[in-house]
Design a protein around this ligand. Structure first.
Ligand code: IPM
Ligand code: SF4
Length: 467
């Protein structure tokens, strides 16, 4: 048998049918659902008189629209948001799927809840009507976003029509320097490949620096595969993965666990398997980074300066000029001189307990800059509870942060957590598009530790100065 990549193996194990032109019908193991991209899909089923094919493999949670203040128990004020969340409440009930409603402590961002509850397992196919489904690839699962019509198709059939992508390897060799995190890795990779570098590929991340990451760090890396244009990102499962999964509410148990492990242990890229594209970065060369523009590829070490548009080539010159103008920056200005007024710690990229620990470590015994608006939005109710138990919540509150309830929040500002025009935010999320965090708002992407450092000084700051 010819050697296979990890992606090849998972793909081959899930193809139910292959047409002559290579289009495949892929079996789907887990379907995650949130309130934004599912209402029409359920409505389609209803109109056709169909049921959800595998309700036991379908998991829903409201996250994008939910307010994160304690008064959310009184309901959602914004009518559009309320309609979407209420539709999910009703659809979950009518179709009998697993559901974590707003008042459930397990509620949170779908990509944090899935792994936390043990729904996401190695070797699975995982889909969701959401681009950051790539997160689940950290378990060695083939996980990617789908559109609303595909959501309906998966609900009805538990299959998806797909063509296979090409194989890309992103290797991070060696060790990371102090102050450098999974977020810096994933941003640095996009800085290298650009937002289109992964188009048409599924990325396998590998190398010592990836192996050394915790599961949470691996989720951060895979989360942003989509920002690099890839269909999905994945990491071969290992002891770190198995240990994380074991004992989670929906993970297999007893003999089923043993059987699962037999399959999971075969999930690696065979010696000699062929990749269509390979990128290698040295872990030692990665610095704490920050974005300066309005695309995730606009990334530089915090020690650098805002670039000059002329430094770019072709169409990028104009894009850089526009980015710098929108961001209210000046070419040549030191990034560490850029003043910020808002800090957002949260999102499916960096809203897990280790992210909160990393930020709290920097904030301990310190205060945020006068006038700064800073908030921590834990990725799930369970992350929030854990942080309270560990005393992290107190550290954040003592420093001057708002301590919120779980949801997507200011990552994309579909709920009331928004930037005002001209406000500038250091954010641990994954997209810095124009107006992403509120119309006219400006976003700098960075790691949780870097966000904490910026909250204290009031400007983009090299976290290594505070360690
Ligand atoms: C709302 C949803 C469809 C969207 C996505 O697909 O990613 C959102 O989660 C985002 O991060 O922009
Ligand atoms: S936290 Fe942000 S990136 Fe993640 S699913 Fe929610 S809106 Fe999308």
């Amino acid at each position: 048998m010819s050697p296979k990549t990890l992606y090849d193996k998972i793909w081959d194990a899930h193809v139910a049918h292959e047409a002559d032109d290579g289009t495949c019908l892929l079996y789907i193991d887990r379907h995650l659902v949130h309130e934004v991209t599912s209402p029409q899909a359920f409505e389609g089923l209803r109109m056709a008189g169909r049921k959800v094919r595998a309700p036991e493999k379908t998991i829903a949670v409201p996250d994008h629209n939910v307010p994160t203040t304690p008064d959310r128990v009184n309901g959602i004020e914004n009518p559009e948001s309320r309609i979407q969340v209420e539709a999910l409440d009703k659809n979950a009930k009518d179709f009998g799927i697993h559901y974590y409603p707003v008042h459930d402590v397990r509620q949170g961002i779908v990509h944090i809840v899935g792994p936390e509850q043990g729904w996401t397992l190695p070797g699975m196919t995982v889909v969701c009507g959401d681009s950051h489904t790539a997160t689940h690839g950290a378990f060695g699962a083939l996980a990617h976003g789908i559109g609303t019509s595909e959501v309906e198709h998966v609900l009805a059939t538990q299959t998806l029509i797909q063509k296979k992508s090409k194989n890309m390897k992103v290797e991070i060799t060696g060790k990371l320097q102090p102050g450098v995190t999974a977020k810096d890795i994933t941003l640095a990779v996009i800085g290298e490949t650009g937002t289109a570098g992964g188009t048409g590929y599924v990325i396998e991340y590998c190398g010592e620096a990836i192996r050394d990451l915790s599961m949470e760090g691996r989720m951060t890396v895979c989360n942003m595969a989509i920002e690099g244009g890839a269909r999905a990102g994945l990491i071969a499962p290992d002891e770190t993965t198995f240990e994380y999964v074991k004992g989670r509410p929906h993970a297999p148990k007893g003999a089923q666990w043993e059987a699962a492990m037999d399959w999971w242990k075969t999930l690696y890229t065979d010696e000699g398997a062929r990749f269509d594209k390979v990128i290698t970065l040295r872990g030692e060369d990665i610095a704490p980074v920050v974005t300066w523009g309005t695309s995730p590829e606009d990334v530089l070490p915090i020690t650098a300066s805002v670039p000059h548009p002329e430094d770019f080539e072709g169409g990028k010159v104009d894009a850089a000029r526009r980015s710098i103008e929108y961001m209210g920056l000046e070419a040549g200005q030191k990034l560490s001189d850029v003043e910020i007024d808002t800090v957002f710690i949260g999102s499916c990229t960096n809203g897990r307990i280790e992210d909160l620990r990393a930020a709290a470590e920097i904030l301990k015994g310190k205060k945020i800059k006068d006038g700064m608006r800073a908030m921590v939005v834990p990725g799930s109710g369970l992350v929030r509870a854990q942080a309270e138990e560990e005393g992290l919540a107190e550290i954040f509150k003592d420093a001057g942060f708002e301590w919120r309830l779980a949801g997507c929040s200011m990552c994309l500002a579909m709920n009331p957590d928004q930037l005002q025009p001209g406000e500038r935010c250091a954010a641990t999320s994954n997209r810095n598009f124009e107006g992403r965090q509120g119309r006219g708002g400006r976003t700098h992407l960075l790691s949780p530790a870097m966000a904490a450092a910026a909250a204290i000084t009031g400007r983009l700051t090299d976290v290594r100065e505070m360690m």
